[in-house]
Ligand binder design. Structure first.
Ligand code: GDP
Ligand code: IMO
Ligand code: MG
Length: 425
């Protein structure tokens, strides 16, 4: 039996979806444990592209149990659209998808209120209502999947929540109030459509562990977007690190065997917030174009920068990583020099540990080591020995600095564009 957690160790979009799909063929079960449809996980198989927001990235491998765990916030409209789109493309959903009874729902008023918050806070959220849905969960006003099957409870919760939200929308934000009855009817319809998938996923997952099945936990977002450990307040509203598996799936930490941290060979960030190694010149633009660095969920251009070892060391620690995956190595092909950030300088102090102070993160100057690039094309390489020597040196340098083995290297969007250095299951 083996459980493997796959987490992003930068600011999201590290290529988790591609790797989870790649690793799923050996897994029995794939579990999402946090986040919601702020995630956009891209998988390319034989040139066909799929972007998944809520359904685990194992769904494209036949016969895998795919679980949306209790820690996820679910917008049923998005979920149903995703289910129907996949069905149209011939993907078998009905026997393979399971949704936790205790996952919380994203309601239309979460999206409406987030739009207003964003005008003053300027976090650069995905606008999917994620933060307000988690806020309701923590303040014990949330509506859970299970509530959909108790119409009276559902209506009373919607009424009670809208009482406050409509007050704010009308009086504070001068925006249109929402109608409780409309939302109630809409969600009762969703209830019918999703009921067959709803179950006690914690029992399923723990039974699978007891039966020695191989389980993949698919992280969304990335470590630096974690609500506790990220660059607060420029973060998402869930625990994106390994610890999120325990709360978001109902699994003991003692049952987690391996933890794979996924990083791009450079860094990106979408939305606002500090980004010490951001490249603001033509090299940044070149990486954006070559890497297709536009958001999978919102289409926004992603900010691009060099690999940041200060941030990655921190991610190794807070996630307890047992290994690394480096993606998008091919995007660096043809660069003359490649930089790696090894420290931050701020007010004559050098930081080797990731600072908690936004002030430092926003204003520090990165200290770089410079490596030679390579001119060869690495797209689609599947064998480490075939990589150009300088690409190998780059990978070895990452391993040395982080004291963790690079177990997978990704060299293209396609499922097969992958170098597997270690068997993970
Ligand atoms: P996720 O959110 O972590 O699953 O990542 P996204 O899917 O949002 O963004 C990663 C993007 O990079 C997607 O468009 C992937 O198809 C693409 N991608 C993943 N791995 C590679 C790779 O090794 N090389 C290239 N060129 N693209 C990749
Ligand atoms: P995947 O799983 C990259 C970012 C948003 C914003 C911040 C808060 O595809 O890696 P939110 O809507 O979550 O309240 O937005 O988090 N963000 C992501 N950035 N990849 C993601 O997911 C993200 N999900 C949220 O851009 O800065
Ligand atoms: Mg993404």
């Amino acid at each position: 039996m083996s459980t493997l957690v796959v987490v992003g160790i930068q600011w999201g979009d590290e290529g988790k979806g591609k790797l989870v799909d790649f690793l799923s063929h050996k897994a029995h079960m794939i579990v999402r444990f946090q986040g919601g449809n702020n995630a956009g996980h891209t998988i390319v198989i034989d040139g066909n592209k799929y972007i998944l927001h809520l359904i685990p990235s194992g769904i494209l491998n036949k016969g895998k149990k795919c679980i949306i765990g209790n820690g996820v916030v679910i917008d049923p409209a998005v979920l149903l659209l995703e289910i129907n789109n996949l069905k149209k493309r011939g993907v078998n959903i009905d026997e393979n998808l399971f949704i936790s009874k205790t996952a919380h729902l994203i309601m239309p008023y979460h999206i409406a209120i987030e739009k207003e918050y964003e005008k003053s806070k300027n976090i650069g959220t995905t606008g999917r209502g994620i933060g307000p849905a988690y806020t309701d969960k923590i303040s014990r006003n949330g509506i859970r999947v299970i509530d959909l099957f108790y119409p009276e409870i559902l209506l009373s919760k919607i009424n009670s929540n809208l009482f406050t939200i409509n007050f704010l929308l009308k009086n504070l934000y001068k925006a249109e109030p929402l109608n409780a009855e409309d939302i109630y009817k809409l969600y009762l319809n969703y209830a019918k459509e999703i009921s067959a998938y709803v179950t006690d996923t914690d029992i399923m997952i723990n039974e699978a562990i007891e039966s020695n099945e191989d389980i993949l936990f698919e992280g969304a977002q990335g470590t630096l977007l974690d609500i506790d450990h990220g660059t607060y307040p420029f973060v998402t509203s869930s625990n994106t690190i390994t610890g999120g598996v325990c709360t978001g799936a109902g699994v003991s930490p003692l049952k987690i065997n391996k933890i794979l941290g996924v990083a791009k060979a450079y860094t990106t960030r979408v939305g606002e917030g500090p980004f010490p190694t951001e490249i603001k010149d033509s090299i940044g633009e070149c990486i954006r174009q070559r890497g297709g660095e536009y958001g999978s969920t919102t289409g926004r251009p992603r900010r691009c920068g060099w690999l940041d070892m200060v941030a990655l060391k921190y991610a190794v620690r807070v996630n307890g990583l047992t290994g690394l995956a480096i993606t998008k190595l091919d995007v660096l092909d043809g660069l003359d020099k490649i930089k790696i950030c090894v420290g931050y300088k701020y007010n004559n102090t050098v930081y080797h540990n990731f600072p908690k102070e936004l002030e430092v993160l926003q204003n520090c100057e990165p200290i770089y080591d410079e490596l030679h690039g390579w001119t060869e094309n690495t797209v689609g390489i599947q064998d480490f020995d075939k990589l150009p020597i300088n690409a190998k040196v780059y990978i070895k340098e990452i391993e040395n600095m982080l004291q963790r083995k690079v177990q997978i290297i990704s060299t293209g969007q396609g499922r097969g564009d992958t170098i597997l250095m270690d068997e993970l299951f």
